[in-house]
Design a protein around this ligand. Structure first.
Ligand SMILES: Nc1ncnc2c1ncn2[C@@H]1O[C@H](COP(=O)(O)OP(=O)(O)O)[C@@H](O)[C@H]1O
Ligand SMILES: [Mg+2]
Length: 238
């Protein structure tokens, strides 16, 4: 256990990928502390280690060295089952490519994490509908992904991330496949979830305009954090 209230406490993370004879140093001593209720963006050029860092913070991957405490729990000490359990309960993931099941309604897509958690049918329905209403899709419950716009599909994905009632939402370039109007809508939802529900939101973006909607931006270069700055006047999404 670490003696603090950080939701994320990463200390001196390194990650080395072995590519045949070549070692790629994707992270070179990155440290990051995040308080509960923060809304922050991770920026940096392609190949700077953003996805590698997000995957470690999301417990999808382990660092080569360094320590990572998620809500004060040292994740290196957990077995795979316990890790999967914490990941499922505490973290909601949103991806650039939405990752929805095709030919499956918005409602069923959002219910899926609850099916895995063994939640009964009635409660599953109720919670999935509430999550879809929260992202403004209460009138699209039975639409399939190909009957929804890109922005709406990403909102279904956010509802799916929310439905388990996570402490943190982590998103790797969630607006990367969206036009600027849809991107603005997604930022509005993140701002709302962060402010109304106190959910910690950490996401990667390439776009300075998108990062300006948060309250904190860190910048990676060559696997190290080279900037960590507050946004004093976050842009409001409409
Ligand atoms: N699975 C992997 N195997 C080998 N090298 C990888 C792997 N994933 C990422 N890398 C390398 O690690 C570095 C950082 O990658 P990544 O974290 O994906 O950066 P970003 O998300 O900022 O574009 C890059 O040089 C990339 O080629
Ligand atoms: Mg990436």
């Amino acid at each position: 256990m670490s003696d603090n209230n950080f939701v994320v406490n990463a200390v001196n993370l390194t990650k080395t990928y072995q590519m045949g004879e070549v070692e790629v140093q994707a992270l070179q001593g990155a440290s990051l502390q995040v308080q509960p209720g923060e809304l922050m963006a991770i920026m940096g050029p392609s190949g700077s280690g953003k996805s590698t860092l997000m995957n470690i913070l999301g417990c999808l991957d382990q660092p080569t060295s360094g320590q990572y405490f998620l809500e004060a729990v040292d994740v290196a000490q957990l077995d795979d089952n316990k890790l999967a359990q914490i990941r499922g309960k505490r973290i909601g993931f949103v991806f650039q490519s939405f990752n929805l099941l095709p030919r499956t309604s918005a409602l069923s897509n959002v219910e899926l994490p609850l099916v895995y958690m063994g939640v009964g049918r009635g409660e599953r329905h109720r919670r999935a509908i509430a999550a879809l209403e929260m992202v403004g899709l209460g009138s699209r419950l039975h639409h399939k992904p190909n009957e929804l716009s890109g922005g709406q599909q990403q909102r279904v994905a956010i509802a799916r991330a929310l439905v388990t009632d996570p402490a943190i939402i982590m998103a790797d370039e969630p607006t990367g496949n969206l036009d600027s109007k849809s991107s603005e809508e997604i930022m509005g939802i993140f701002q709302h979830l962060n402010e109304a529900q106190g959910i910690t939101v950490i996401f990667v973006t390439h776009e300075p305009d998108i990062a300006e909607h948060t309250r904190r931006v860190i910048r990676l270069a060559d696997g190290a954090i080279v900037e960590d700055r507050p946004i004093l006047n976050p842009r409001r999404a409409n």
